[in-house]
Write a protein that binds this ligand. Structure first.
Ligand SMILES: NC(=O)c1ccc[n+]([C@@H]2O[C@H](COP(=O)([O-])OP(=O)(O)OC[C@H]3O[C@@H](n4cnc5c(N)ncnc54)[C@H](OP(=O)(O)O)[C@@H]3O)[C@@H](O)[C@H]2O)c1
Length: 164
């Protein structure tokens, strides 16, 4: 049986997740949560996310990078040309599978007919950006957990949602 897929995303109310290849906000608690969730696990991510995340291959993470650039492979870093190919590699590695974006990878994952858990940090603001999380609210999620939080700049909610 394939492993449960964990999706990790922080998204604004207008579904923005990125701007100019970076996060469009700084929310230290969310970043710490993301790092804790993915430490020691397999992380599946696009080439831009990988190149801008210095800790992708640290803290025991096993990255599987989706790219056509085979030369990104390195000790402890695998590359795959598509999401299905990346998931096939991820299934062979120890640990949970965490899908870490970007946009197209999230869209292709949400379209899969298989169990998944969405770890969503919803930032309660409309934020300008150029990269989006697909609309997820119409899908049949079961809410496992919700924590409302705030810092000096943002109100945000940590959701754990699951789909069978
Ligand atoms: N807020 C969040 O939780 C969050 C999470 C993730 C990302 N982000 C933000 O989103 C932005 C990066 O995401 P992005 O969507 O622009 O880029 P990305 O997915 O990280 O990288 C895009 C590249 O990955 C490869 N790729 C991606 N999907 C593919 C697919 N389905 N099949 C084959 N190759 C694929 C291609 O690489 P090649 O061109 O090398 O072939 C493509 O050019 C940044 O601003 C980042 O900060 C935010």
């Amino acid at each position: 049986m394939p492993k449960l897929l964990h999706l990790q995303v922080a998204c604004a109310e207008n579904r923005v997740i990125g701007r100019d290849q970076r996060l469009p906000w700084s929310i230290p608690e969310d970043l710490a949560f993301f790092h804790a969730q993915t430490a020691g696990q397999v992380v599946v991510l696009g080439r831009i996310c990988f190149t801008h995340w210095p800790r992708a291959a640290l803290d025991g993470r096993r990255p599987v990078v989706i790219t056509r650039q085979a030369d990104l492979a390195a000790p402890g870093v695998q590359v795959a040309p598509s999401l299905p190919a990346a998931l096939a590699i991820a299934e062979t590695l120890p640990g949970e599978i965490h899908i870490c974006g970007g946009e197209r990878i999230y869209a292709e994952t949400l379209a899969l007919e298989r169990p998944m858990r969405l770890h969503l940090t919803l930032v309660h603001a409309d934020i300008p950006g150029d990269t989006h999380f697909p609309e997820w609210r119409h899908l049949a999620w079961r809410e496992l957990d919700r924590r409302d939080r705030a810092d000096a700049n943002y109100r945000y909610t940590f959701f754990t949602l699951e789909r069978p």
